[in-house]
Design a protein around this ligand. Structure first.
Ligand SMILES: *[C@@H]1O[C@H](CO)[C@@H](O)[C@H](O)[C@H]1NC(C)=O
Ligand SMILES: *[C@@H]1O[C@H](CO)[C@@H](O)[C@H](O)[C@H]1NC(C)=O
Ligand SMILES: *[C@@H]1O[C@H](CO)[C@@H](O)[C@H](O)[C@H]1NC(C)=O
Ligand SMILES: *[C@@H]1O[C@H](CO)[C@@H](O)[C@H](O)[C@H]1NC(C)=O
Ligand SMILES: *[C@@H]1O[C@H](CO)[C@@H](O)[C@H](O)[C@H]1NC(C)=O
Ligand SMILES: *[C@@H]1O[C@H](CO)[C@@H](O)[C@H](O)[C@H]1NC(C)=O
Ligand SMILES: *[C@@H]1O[C@H](CO)[C@@H](O)[C@H](O)[C@H]1NC(C)=O
Ligand SMILES: *[C@@H]1O[C@H](CO)[C@@H](O)[C@H](O)[C@H]1NC(C)=O
Ligand SMILES: *[C@@H]1O[C@H](CO)[C@@H](O)[C@H](O)[C@H]1NC(C)=O
Ligand SMILES: *[C@@H]1O[C@H](CO)[C@@H](O)[C@H](O)[C@H]1NC(C)=O
Ligand SMILES: *[C@@H]1O[C@H](CO)[C@@H](O)[C@H](O)[C@H]1NC(C)=O
Length: 754
């Protein structure tokens, strides 16, 4: 094969001329955000490229080509830059001072690349699912960029992105929906190849040493970020796997939702949405006739309007599956839209090939029935269960999530509905949030869910929602990337989840962007059964954990907005916040929530765990606000089910309050208010919080300065009245704040941290 290298150094000269001598590549080929870029590129023998911006170098040691996904091997170049005797070329350009873009065009069927770091380095990203028994890293993993199926801990935990980060300090993003393989089996080596004869990938260098956040942000600018979801997306969201059973003597499913509403009201437990998994319609597997089953939903339009009146949005299950003899199936068969070779009797529910425009249009038009009766989003399932060829998984799920988005967007407008999926590729981040798949309803499932949440953040899916940001290829893209897990797990035996497990999982959802919880089918906290003898304490924990999640809404929403603007997730791998501490690089059981909280969920029975605090600062236990822990130390925690090991860092600013009413009909004359908590520390003399007041055009900063016993908090237009609470030795001091902005001074303060 011969690769003409004429375009190798697009702005400078050919590779042959630059061998061994770094070439300056300027940013004039980049997009609008290019700075005066200076990424230097040098080649190595036989054919490799080193990219450096003076902070970090990325060793792209080989470009791989081949005829199968197993046989792609390094190409070698001769001194004049020609490779073999085939056609093709490689070109690159600097997009800006952080990003270099490489384009490979060949006549081979598979194209890829290899990167090397030192033996002990790790690679992160690509898949949400934590392989190898819950690893944060990808050490030893060799897998396609497709969904996992039935595996340990959580089935179908399938958010994925062709993007990895290495602790050697850089990231690599491959901009494609083609099927590919990532291989991390050799230590210090990352290899990928895709089922495509051409490929575009980006080397992403950090702004400063250890600035992994800047890599994720640069990746988001190339890919996409989440959009701001409706307030109802943050939850608690209640749902059932089958609202058609376990009716407690009620006449139909509608009554069963009302019964849930009444219980939540009586217990004064918050809620913002409900959804119906299957079954809810007619036909085989209750899906494909674009309706509600009148036996269980006699008056869908009125029913959904009533839910809205009580403060709940409503979503339904959807999938690209045509079950036998449904309307979707019959029409698809008549038109030849189903993927061939999948026996619809033996394997119920082949998928439609949505690359066929008529199939896409038909499906979209008929699915639009749901928004027409008031449904405000879909729980999007499947597309990775064998209903279509594996090599089409990424393209087809992207099309289906696009289709689902369009039916909702056309009815409600952007930001007014909430779609979420388990099977999602990064290009659909703008179209759907993520639930982490079918977790096993036991301690293994909880532990895997914690790690999958952290991993999701590293590929841009743990932020609360998607956004609108200029991308390299189009002007605006929009996304949702909010992440949550099925609280209590999904794959339940009759006696699952046990009360202790469920309680611990509820608290994990408190500190997740989205709190969603399956109830019903004999697993409802307030309906004890013989197999599930739940006590009122479980309802109490549900109330406490949802109260705190609800109170943290201003905090979580602000981080959602930050994710929308910068791609940075709310659930953060510890090394994003504490990269100076080597121990954070394999930490898969605790995480930062935003920059302020450090969370160490209890993931085993018995109420104990050991917590290691990352170096760099001090941490205050958040529930009692007395114990302070020094970074770099470990403590053994014992906790009852009314709390989670949660710590707030010295100097933190945490906006809380009640700013979205949801189902709160028990508070007479409900009014929104804000309560900004601050945790002053002389060791952190200045700190800031980027607050989102709902107006995208306004940047609102809350800033705290502590100097010699005096604490000054200045705040911009927070848009609500309320209070500031300063947590200090001797107790809490409180002052009023006003919507337009202002400042508050606390005198003679003694920090809890010193
Ligand atoms: C190659 O593709 C096949 C079919 O999708 C897959 O089963 C196999 O795991 C892939 N091999 C590699 C090394 O990616
Ligand atoms: C090279 O590959 C890229 C990425 O697939 C593609 O967009 C471009 O059209 C190709 N260029 C040529 C000359 O084939
Ligand atoms: C069920 O329907 C019957 C007949 O319409 C009605 O009398 C009864 O009150 C309903 N039960 C409940 C629990 O709503
Ligand atoms: C509306 O919902 C409430 C409580 O959720 C329920 O009690 C009431 O019967 C519903 N109204 C109608 C007309 O269905
Ligand atoms: C449902 O699917 C089964 C095959 O699993 C088929 O035998 C049956 O006829 C279908 N029922 C209806 C109502 O279409
Ligand atoms: C689909 O076709 C089958 C077989 O012809 C028929 O029995 C069934 O009623 C059709 N389904 C719908 C929803 O029309
Ligand atoms: C899906 O449809 C597209 C567009 O017609 C076609 O190119 C592709 O081959 C189809 N895929 C399969 C697996 O049939
Ligand atoms: C690669 O894609 C082609 C269709 O473009 C498909 O026929 C082939 O099976 C795929 N190979 C693998 C290994 O997935
Ligand atoms: C959780 O369930 C899975 C699947 O049944 C099982 O493999 C695993 O061992 C269970 N974990 C625990 C802690 O029981
Ligand atoms: C808070 O203090 C109370 C009383 O000492 C104790 O029972 C509880 O476990 C503590 N909670 C946490 C989260 O430390
Ligand atoms: C805040 O309080 C001021 C004065 O008490 C009042 O005029 C204003 O309307 C309040 N703003 C909001 C958003 O409630």
């Amino acid at each position: 094969m011969r690769l003409s290298l004429l375009q190798l150094a697009a702005s400078a000269s050919t590779l042959a001329h630059t061998r061994g001598q770094p070439v300056e590549v300027d940013g004039r080929h980049g997009g609008p955000s290019s700075h005066a870029a200076s990424i230097s590129v040098s080649s190595t023998s036989p054919f490799g490229l080193t990219f450096s911006n003076g902070v970090v170098s990325a060793e792209n040691t080989a470009i791989l080509v081949g005829e199968t996904n197993r046989s792609a091997t390094p190409i070698s170049a001769s001194n004049d830059g020609s490779i073999g005797d085939s056609t093709g070329h490689i070109s690159f350009s600097a997009v800006n001072s952080q990003v270099a873009k490489i384009t490979i065009n060949t006549t081979s069927s598979f194209v890829g690349a290899r990167f090397t770091t030192s033996e002990s380095d790790h690679f992160y990203g690509i898949w949400e699912y934590p392989f190898k028994n819950r690893q944060l890293t990808n050490d030893g993993v060799n897998f396609e960029i497709k969904g996992v199926e039935n595996v340990r801990g959580v089935n179908y935990a399938n958010a994925r992105s062709p993007f990895f980060i290495t602790n050697a300090g850089y990231g690599v993003y491959t901009d494609t929906l083609e099927m590919g393989t990532y291989n991390f089996e050799q230590s210090g080596v990352a290899e990928f190849n895709f089922n495509s004869s051409s490929l575009v990938y980006y080397i992403i260098l950090p702004k400063e040493t250890d600035d992994y956040k800047s890599i994720i942000t640069a990746y988001s600018e190339l890919s996409n970020t989440i959009y701001m979801p409706p307030d109802s997306a943050y939850g608690p969201i209640y749902w059932s796997d089958d609202w058609e059973q376990d009716l407690h003597g009620l006449n139909n499913s509608q009554e069963s939702y009302y019964d849930t509403i009444t219980h939540l009201y009586d217990y004064q437990i918050h809620g913002t949405a409900m959804f119906a998994d299957r079954p809810y319609g007619t036909g085989n597997y209750s899906y494909g006739n674009f309706d509600f089953d009148p036996e269980f939903y006699p008056t869908p339009g009125q029913f959904i309007a009533n839910l809205s009146n009580w403060g709940f949005d409503f979503q339904v299950w959807a999938a690209n599956r045509a079950f036998l003899y449904t309307e979707l199936y019959n029409v698809s068969v008549a038109n030849g839209w189903l993927f061939p070779g999948i026996d619809p009797e033996f394997f119920l529910g082949p998928a439609l090939n949505l690359s066929i425009p008529e199939a896409y249009d038909y499906f979209k038009q008929h699915l639009s029935y749901y928004p027409s009766v008031g449904v405000k989003g879909y729980k999007i399932d499947r597309g990775e269960e064998g209903e279509l060829p594996v090599y089409e998984q990424n393209t087809q799920i992207a099309l289906f999530e696009q289709l689902c988005w369009e039916t909702m967007e056309e009815k409600w407008g952007e930001g007014n509905f909430y779609n979420f999926a388990r099977n999602i590729v990064d290009r659909s981040r703008s179209r759907s949030a993520v639930w982490n798949g079918d977790a096993q309803s036991n301690w293994t499932g909880l532990a895997f869910s914690v790690t999958s949440g952290i991993r999701s953040g590293l590929i841009g899916f743990s932020q609360s929602e998607a956004n609108a940001i200029a991308s390299s290829t189009s002007s605006l893209t929009h996304h949702t990337g909010q992440w949550g897990s099925d609280t209590g797990g999904y794959l339940r035996d009759l006696d699952d989840p046990h009360q202790e497990l469920w309680s611990r999982w509820m608290w994990f959802s408190t500190f997740s962007p989205m709190y969603e919880i399956p109830i019903g089918t004999n697993h409802t906290p307030w309906y004890p059964t013989e197999t599930n003898p739940y006590t009122p304490e479980l309802v109490q924990v549900l109330k406490e954990s949802t109260d705190l999640h609800y109170e943290l809404f201003p905090f979580i929403k602000s981080y959602t907005y930050q994710a929308h603007k910068t791609g940075l997730p709310a659930i953060r791998a510890a090394f994003l916040e504490a990269p100076q501490d080597p121990k954070t690089y394999t930490m898969g059981e605790s995480y930062f929530f935003g920059a302020e909280f450090f969370i160490a969920p209890i993931i085993t029975p018995g109420g104990r765990r050991s917590v290691y605090f990352p170096e760099g600062g001090k941490y205050l236990e958040y529930f009692n606000k007395t114990a302070v822990h020094e970074g770099g130390t470990t403590t053994d925690v014992e906790m009852d089910v009314h709390a989670i090991p949660a710590y707030v860092r010295a100097g933190s600013i945490v906006p809380r309050g009640q700013i979205f009413r949801g189902n709160d009909r028990w508070t007479a004359n409900w009014m929104p208010y804000l309560d900004i908590e601050v945790f002053p520390s002389a060791e952190v003399p200045q700190s800031r919080f980027w607050y989102y007041n709902g107006d995208a055009d306004e940047e609102v900063i809350i800033e705290m300065i502590m100097e010699g016993g005096k604490v000054v908090v200045q705040y911009g237009n927070v848009a609500l009245n309320g209070t500031i609470s300063a947590f200090l030795k001797g107790g809490k001091q409180t002052a009023e704040i006003h919507s337009g902005g202002g400042s508050v001074v606390f005198e003679e303060c003694e920090s809890l941290f010193e």
